[in-house]
Design a binder for this molecule. Structure first.
Ligand SMILES: [Zn+2]
Ligand SMILES: [Zn+2]
Length: 456
């Protein structure tokens, strides 16, 4: 366990997620233990009660062990300035401006961690870090034992609370061989609350564990699952079958996460992956680049005609806009009249896009070396649809239907010339993870993209 290193720091615990999770585990454990002592206390004459007592306390130990392993091992990050062994392969990879390295196959940038994460599955607020290559197994064990612990807790809580609620019945009928359980008001309330929390954990974590198991047996992450769905959709249209390169069969797929043959540590360095016959390391990254190219074609540029202050419920734009909000915690982007945005996702009352920045601002930001300033380059998020006016489809611009020097395109603040602004176009897999900066060369086709970074 890497205490205090870049993998995981003690300070990561100072966040509502870990604090909430730790309080939840302790709360359920203490309440359930209180019930256990009342209902089924360990007795030297009853071995089962001792076994029950021991198993009861093993659960929180194993839960906390795996929980802290998941936090302090961390997911594994791509090191700064990483490039593949063969320099020619960088053409298949995306570049992360913030981490200043290429994104290794299966790695993605996490906006919350501000790092490129090896085999990123998702960012988990409960552990306040990502789930990725190094901590995937610990995270799954944590969920598994959390479910078992809660089920055991429920077996202690429910009978005790039931008997406490109907204690008068047991007393009136003088039922023997049943312990009489009496709670204080707060004790009873706490136990009932614990039952609700434990049921919630079993259902919610059970669902998440089910999703994880489904992905693990296919050797996919949540993000790859998303990419693959789009790849299959594209392959139907292109009549060219996409083969997922990391599917090595059930046993090998599971072993790649849990690695029971070698001390349960993750297999490999997270940068180079075993692929199935007929595939290579970059099949998936090439597919990602092609998907992004398609997405660029769908981009529409809008002019902002109304101010939006970034509130989740902008009442001034009507009841429906407030009710039909996008159900995601993604950023709401503040926009003001006169801004221009590139939109990549549409909902009935909301749009997701990125603010265009002027050449001057782009140059200023590019010259900066701080991460905070680099982040500012990527101003993206949701905003109400009624704030904007469709200027033109980017597809028309790329295909030449609209000239880059037309009045519609040019403005005093924005220049669409080669490498003049950084649209930073696309959320990686619609997850808002990508920090790649692609240049927009209007004179070229969509396939001839250039990177704003020098690649060698
Ligand atoms: Zn990154
Ligand atoms: Zn993260």
């Amino acid at each position: 366990m890497c205490w205090g290193t870049s993998s995981g720091r003690i300070s990561q615990l100072a966040h509502y997620g870990p604090i909430g999770a730790i309080i939840l585990i302790i709360w359920i454990t203490v309440s359930a233990f209180n019930c256990l002592t009342k209902w089924y206390p360990p007795q030297s004459t009853d071995y089962l009660s001792i076994i029950n007592f021991l198993i009861f306390w093993i659960h929180p130990c194993v839960i906390f062990y795996n929980y802290f392993c998941a936090i302090f091992r961390g997911p594994g990050f791509v090191s700064q300035n990483w490039i593949p062994a063969n320099k020619e392969d960088i053409q298949y990879l995306q570049y992360c401006e913030i981490c200043e390295s290429y994104k290794a196959p299966r790695s993605h940038h996490c906006k919350k961690c501000q790092r490129c994460v090896l085999k990123l599955d998702h960012h988990c607020p409960w552990i306040n870090t990502c789930v990725g290559h190094t901590n995937h197994a610990s995270f799954c064990y944590f969920m598994f034992y959390a479910i078992l612990g809660c089920i055991h807790g429920l077996l202690m809580l429910c009978p005790a609370v039931y008997r406490a609620l109907f204690v008068r019945y047991y007393l009136y009928h003088r039922i023997k061989n049943v312990p009489i359980i009496i709670f204080s008001f707060w004790g009873l309330l706490s136990s009932i609350l614990s039952i609700g929390l434990a049921i919630g954990v079993v259902v919610a974590v059970g669902f998440l564990l089910g999703v994880q198991c489904r992905n693990i047996i296919k050797n996919q992450t949540g993000i790859e699952n998303w990419i693959l769905r789009k790849a299959i959709d594209r392959s139907h249209r292109a009549e060219k079958k996409f083969i997922y390169p990391y599917d090595l069969g059930f046993k090998e797929n599971v072993r790649h996460v849990f690695n029971w043959r070698n001390g349960f540590s993750s297999i490999g360095d997270g940068l180079v992956w075993t692929v199935r016959d007929g595939s290579d390391q970059y099949d998936l990254t090439r597919e990602q680049l092609e998907q992004k190219a398609e997405k660029r074609m769908r981009t529409v540029r809008y002019d902002v005609i109304g101010d939006y202050n970034g509130f989740f419920f902008p009442i001034k734009y009507g009841f429906r806009t407030c009710i039909c909000i996008p159900f995601t915690d993604e950023h709401r982007m503040k926009i003001t009249r006169g801004d221009r945005v590139l939109v990549t996702r549409w909902e009935t009352y909301w749009l997701y896009g990125e603010r265009l920045i002027s050449t001057k601002t782009a140059d200023k930001l590019s010259s900066s070396t701080t991460t905070e300033t680099k982040k500012k380059k990527r101003d993206r998020g949701w905003f109400p649809r009624c704030c904007i006016y469709e200027a033109f489809k980017m597809e028309d611009l790329w295909s030449g239907k609209i000239r880059p020097d037309s009045d519609m395109v040019l403005s005093e603040s924005i220049n669409f010339g080669p490498e003049s602004f950084a649209p930073e176009g696309f959320d990686e897999n619609d997850h808002d993870n990508n920090s790649e900066v692609l240049s927009t060369d209007m004179s070229s086709t969509t396939t001839s993209r250039k990177r704003t970074r020098k690649e060698d």
